[in-house]
Design a protein around this ligand. Structure first.
Ligand code: GDP
Ligand code: IMO
Ligand code: MG
Length: 423
C-alpha cells in the first residue's frame, strides 16, 4: 500500500522537510496534514535553500501534486508570500492545492496569539506567534472561517461578522485594538482573487490517487512531544502531529496508511517552553547548537539542545506505530569524543521511568539517566551507505534503533539532498 506518513518523533525540527523532499522525488502526491506557518521545513536542493512554512515539501518535484490538507490552518497572506519566494526561485507552483476545509488563520489570530502569550505572564508557551492556537481554538469553537469560505462571499461575510462579535471582545479584554470587519472582508476578497483556483475539494484527487495506487506522502509538522494530546501539555501546539491524525487531516481512510516514518535527529532539540529533560546548559549543548546550526527556521530563536532521548523515542515509536526511522544530522556528532544517550528518567524518589512518558508536572522533576557511547571522530558527511559509516557510528545508530524497537530506513549526514541514504 503506497501511503507513507512522515512524522516528527521528537520536539520538532527533526528534518522532516528534507526527508519529504528526498522521498517526493518518487511521490505522486504530498499532503500536509496539520499545523500552519508555525512550521519551518528546510529543504536544500537544486533550487537553493528554502524554509517551507505551509507549502508541502514535495513542491520541488514538478510531477507531484501538493495539497495543504483540511487538518491545516492556513494564513493566506503567509501562503502568498511563500508562493512569491518559490516562484522567484524558479519553482513551478501549478500543482499546489488547498483543501476547501482547511481553516483560515486571520490577522486577528496572530494578534490574539501575542496578547494571550503576554497574558500568561511567566507561564508562557513560547509559541511561534503565528496565530496557530487561536485559529485551532476557533475551529473547535465552530467560529472559524475556512479557506473554502473565500469562494462564497455572502457566506464569508456572515461568518466573519459572527466571528468578530466574540473576537473583538476578546481582543479588547486583553488590551488590544478591535478589528474592522469591512476591511477584513475586503482583504479576504483579495485572497480569493489570488488563491481561488487552487482552493478545491481534495477528496476526488486523493480518492483517485488511492484507487490508482499512486505514491502518497503525508507530511507532518512539529513532533510528538508537542502533540496536543500526547505531548508536554500545555507546552504544545494546538493540533496533532502524530500519525493517527494523518489520515483525518489529509482526508484519507486510516487503513490506507501502510508506512509511518519517524524522523529523529541523532540528538535532541526543542524550541519554545516546557520540560525538556535532556537539555544541556554546558559546553556540549553549545557545541551541538553551533555545529548543528540550531536556530529556528521560522522564528530564528536559538534551539535548546541535548543528547538523544531514548525514552521519548520509545514513546514516539509506539504511539505513531512507526515502521521505520529516518535519523538525521548524524554528521553533527562527528567531532565528539563521547556521545550520550538518555535511557531513563529518574524521579525525585529515585525510581526509574524507561518506557512511558510521564505527565508534564512529573516530567519537570525528572533527571535523565545516561549511557555513554564512543565517538567516531571523523567526518561522515561523505558517507553514502550504511557500510560507509564508521563502526562507532553504526553502533550508536543501532542503539537508537534498539530503544525505538524499530528498524532504521534512512540516515542523513548533511543537509543537501544527496547527503542521505536508505539503509
Ligand atoms: P523540520 O522542521 O523537521 O523540517 O526541520 P528544520 O528544517 O526546522 O530543521 C532541520 C535543520 O537541520 C535544517 O536547517 C536542515 O537544513 C538541517 N539538516 C537536516 N538534515 C541534516 C543533516 O543530516 N545534517 C546537517 N548538518 N543538517 C541537516
Ligand atoms: P516544524 O514543523 C519546532 C513549538 C513552539 C511552541 C509550541 C507551540 O518546523 O517542526 P505554536 O506556534 O504551534 O502555538 O507553538 O510549539 N513549535 C515548533 N517547534 N518546530 C516547529 O515546527 C514548531 N511549531 C511550533 O516553539 O513551543
Ligand atoms: Mg522546522
Amino acid at each position: 500500500m503506497p501511503v507513507t506518513a512522515v512524522v516528527g518523533a521528537q520536539w520538532g525540527d527533526e528534518g522532516k522537510g528534507r526527508i519529504i523532499d528526498y522521498l517526493a522525488q518518487a511521490a505522486d502526491v504530498v499532503i500536509r496534514f496539520q499545523g500552519g506557518d508555525n512550521a519551518g521545513h528546510t529543504v536544500i536542493n537544486e533550487y537553493g535553500k528554502h524554509a517551507l512554512h505551509l507549502i508541502p515539501s514535495g513542491i520541488f518535484n514538478p510531477k507531484t501534486q501538493n495539497i495543504i490538507g483540511s487538518g491545516c490552518v492556513v494564513n493566506p497572506q503567509a501562503l502568498l508570500d511563500e508562493m512569491s519566494e518559490l516562484t522567484a526561485a524558479g519553482v513551478d507552483l501549478s500543482n499546489l492545492w488547498i483543501s476547501t476545509r482547511a481553516q483560515m488563520v486571520m490577522p486577528y489570530h496572530r494578534t490574539l496569539d501575542v496578547l494571550e502569550e503576554a497574558a500568561r505572564g511567566k507561564d508562557t508557551i513560547g509559541t511561534t506567534k503565528r496565530g496557530i492556537g487561536p485559529a485551532y481554538a476557533d475551529k473547535a469553537a465552530r467560529s472559524g472561517l475556512r479557506i473554502g469560505d473565500l469562494l462564497q462571499p455572502e457566506w464569508l461575510e456572515a461568518r466573519l461578522d459572527n466571528a468578530l462579535r466574540t473576537v473583538n471582545r476578546k481582543i479588547e479584554i486583553l488590551g488590544g485594538e478591535p478589528v474592522d470587519g469591512q476591511q477584513l472582508f475586503e482583504l479576504c476578497l483579495s485572497f480569493r482573487e489570488q488563491l481561488g483556483p487552487r482552493i478545491i475539494d481534495t477528496v476526488p484527487m486523493t480518492r483517485d490517487a488511492i484507487v490508482n495506487k499512486k505514491q502518497i506522502l503525508l507530511e507532518g509538522q512539529l513532533g510528538v512531544m508537542r502533540d496536543l494530546d500526547w505531548g508536554i501539555y500545555p507546552y504544545v501546539t494546538s493540533s496533532n502531529p502524530t500519525a493517527s491524525y494523518a489520515s483525518s487531516g489529509a482526508g484519507l481512510p486510516a487503513r490506507t496508511i501502510s508506512r509511518v516514518i519517524g524522523v529523529v535527529k541523532a540528538y535532541s532539540t526543542a524550541v519554545g517552553d516546557g520540560p525538556f529533560p535532556v537539555e544541556l546548559h554546558d559546553e556540549d549543548g553549545t557545541r551541538l547548537r553551533e555545529i548543528g546550526g540550531e536556530f529556528g527556521a521560522t522564528t530564528g530563536r536559538p534551539r535548546r539542545c541535548g543528547w538523544f532521548d531514548g525514552v521519548a523515542i520509545s514513546y514516539a515509536a509506539w504511539l505513531n506505530g512507526m515502521t521505520g526511522l529516518a535519523i538525521t544530522k548524524l554528521d553533527v556528532l562527528d567531532e565528539f569524543d563521547s556521545i550520550k544517550i538518555c535511557v531513563g528518567y529518574k524521579r525525585p524518589d529515585g525510581t526509574l521511568i524507561t518506557d512511558t512518558m510521564p505527565d508534564t508536572p512529573v516530567l519537570m522533576q525528572v533527571t535523565p539517566v545516561y549511557e555513554a557511547w564512543e565517538g567516531w571522530k571523523c567526518s561522515t558527511a561523505g558517507c553514502r551507505s550504511w557500510d560507509d559509516l564508521p563502526k562507532q557510528a553504526r553502533a550508536y545508530l543501532h542503539r537508537i534503533s534498539e530503544l525505538a524497537a524499530i528498524k532504521i530506513d534512512y540516515v542523513s549526514v548533511g543537509a543537501a539532498r544527496e547527503q542521505m541514504f536508505a539503509v
